[in-house]
Design a protein around this ligand. Structure first.
Ligand code: PEP
Length: 253
């Protein structure tokens, strides 16, 4: 059985004061939540603070982006090794906001995924279709095309050390959640796609759902056979909501 993972994506939100209040409320709220992994992906400047507040708590942390380059003259970039220096376990790569607003192509995302693995991080690879893609019936080919450069560059076995997040773009930050059945269908497709390369890895890889997950819809989504947790945006900024979502992912719930 796959252990579920719930990862919060704070996006470009927070201050030293609000982060402290959020984590000081979240850590005790999760103290008795068993059988689920929880993580927070914070903005770069707050990684030291998150490291300090989460060390020894059982919660992991990570970043929201990483450079495809190792080191050198890349002004403004942050390398995988730098993230490891701050205790990061995870890094989100290929979030739809980075693809849409910062021009990241699936090829760049594949390079970032490879750089994360090389640094010893677990990439959380985001894939997902726009509303126009879905309405045109292109969900599966779009997701396949996003996975293809990663498979070509790093191989299917790399997914033994990675996480996939299926995030339909039309559900991110919109309040519109994919139904459990809609999400399950794409999760199953992703697993089938990987299985054509490596059936054992496809069976083991965690595939998270992301897109307007809240305390009120998490349990139904996480009840589907191929949904192994969630990547949580807006709701991860609220300790109570995040705690409810993490509890919904626990086998004890
Ligand atoms: C996200 O940013 O990855 C996300 C899923 O956001 P939200 O939960 O706010 O839709």
């Amino acid at each position: 059985m796959r252990i579920k993972l719930v990862a919060g994506n704070w996006k470009m939100n927070g201050t030293l004061a609000t982060n402290q209040a959020l984590l000081q409320a979240l850590v005790p709220a999760l103290a008795r939540v068993v059988g689920v992994k929880c993580a927070i992906c914070a903005p770069f400047p707050y990684l030291a603070q998150v490291q300090q507040l989460l060390s020894g708590t059982g919660l992991a942390w990570g970043a929201q982006n990483v450079s495809q380059f190792d080191a050198g003259a890349y002004t403004g970039e942050v390398s995988g090794a730098m993230l490891v220096d701050f205790g990061c376990r995870y890094v989100i790569v290929g979030h739809s906001e980075r693809r849409a607003l910062f021009g990241e192509t699936s090829e760049t995302v594949a390079e970032k995924y490879a750089a994360a693995l090389k640094a010893g991080l677990t990439p959380i690879l985001c894939v997902g279709e726009t509303l126009a893609d879905r309405e045109a019936g292109y969900t599966e080919p779009v997701v396949a095309a996003q996975l293809a450069p990663v498979l070509a560059a790093s191989g299917a076995q790399s997914f033994a050390h990675a996480v996939i997040a299926y995030e339909p773009v039309w559900a991110i930050g919109t309040g519109k959640t994919a139904t459990p059945e809609q999400a399950q269908a794409v999760h199953a497709y992703i697993r089938t796609r990987l299985a054509t390369h490596d059936a054992a890895v496809a069976e083991k890889v965690q595939v998270l759902y992301g897109g307007s997950v809240k305390g009120s819809n998490a349990a139904q989504l996480f009840g589907m056979p191929d949904i192994d947790g969630g990547l949580i945006g807006g709701a991860s900024l609220d300790a109570n909501e995040m705690a409810v979502i993490c509890r919904a992912a626990s086998p004890a719930s």
